[in-house]
Design a binder for this molecule. Sequence first.
Ligand SMILES: Nc1nc2c(ncn2[C@@H]2O[C@H](COP(=O)(O)OP(=O)(O)OP(=O)(O)O)[C@@H](O)[C@H]2O)c(=O)[nH]1
Ligand SMILES: [Mg+2]
Length: 419
Amino acid sequence: MFFDEAKIYVRGGNGGNGCVSFRREKYVPFGGPNGGNGGRGGSVCLVADPGLNTLIEFKKRSHFKAEAGEPGRGKDQFGKWGADWIIPVPLGTVIRDAATGELLADLTAPDQKVVVARGGRGGRGNATFATSTNQAPRLAERGEPGEERWIKLELKVIADVGLVGLPNAGKSTFLASVSAARPKIADYPFTTLEPNLGVVSLDRYESFVVADIPGLIEGAAEGAGLGHKFLRHIERTRVIIHLLNGLSADPVGDYDKIRAELGLFDERLANKPELIVFTKMDLPDVQAAWPQVQRACADRGLEIVSISAVAGQGVKEVLWRIDEMLKTIPPAPVAVEGMAVFEGPSKAEGFRVTRRSEKWYVEGPEVERVISRTNFDYDEAIERFQRILEGMGVMQALRDAGVGLGETVCFGEYELEWR
Ligand SMILES: Nc1nc2c(ncn2[C@@H]2O[C@H](COP(=O)(O)OP(=O)(O)OP(=O)(O)O)[C@@H](O)[C@H]2O)c(=O)[nH]1
Ligand SMILES: [Mg+2]
């Protein structure tokens, strides 16, 4: 089966906790704080690997978790960073957030890389909190949790040239005659069930990629036949070779049908430059039909040539003509919106104070972030936590809401008494 979609779970490693520690040396009373920072958690990244061409790997494995950062230690030792998890994916993989559909990246160049789940920051150790007024801080931060999410991968075949035509037009035969690809060929419709790619090498310097997709029929844009599902594979091709079955009773009528479908699917498909190729010219009936078809196309200003893929006649000419056309059209732009690195939800956002069953709740992404970094085992950390909340306006909001002395205020899973 042609596997071109996958859904995977990715999670960055947690940051290591910061450490509380003090220097202990002989003859040095009151040694200063020397608790090191925790290491950053590893991130999960996807990187475009030209050696791959399917997403089949993700059938076997769908969960990827990067390594956590190590905790900081005494003597100012910082925790080791967690290793990134780098997942190779084929060129042409489009990555979206599975929950929101947001486009995260479109990997179209070799080695292009995107971070899909950042590792958590390491917590700071107490050495960093020393100030002139607090020379022996007894607090450290916890590491932040790594980001986690489900992402959707979608593979788009990136070919320079797309072969379109009705079933049996001879698309696969053409691809087989010009490349090393060996698609299935048979004299019944819908022989091709999944796209085939082939590399055409004209000479040492000129080569391009051709995609053979399943035959299109009337109504394809609405989902009839198989073609619709694969039309998006030719969205990015630069040139279309439109093959007309030489044995058809009405090749020009066939042409118009397919053109109409392309236009219905996407106007941009219909506007791509195309070369019309009349096939199977080794057959006498086809040779007899050719002059009329040629004239009909010429009358409409359409460029058409005839070939026999079986006899290898006219094929080279088609390739050189295509090469010429490709030279006038720049490759599809590599960058699209949303590319590069995904920015985590770290921007300060509002918070909410609510009262539910005798308790107060403070909620919001930024508050949660602060909570995740606070190590509630240390009193000083709790004090610092309160100072940060004060700065964010959370404390004022609680006062405004009328929190009474001795009442419970919940921050995530932590409950503090209001004093
Ligand atoms: N004589 C002759 N037969 C050809 C030529 N090209 C294709 N055929 C035949 O036409 C039939 C269909 O060819 P395919 O290449 O499978 O056609 P297709 O367009 O890929 O068809 P689908 O995959 O079904 O859409 C096969 O029986 C081929 O052998 C040609 O140049 N000469
Ligand atoms: Mg085929």
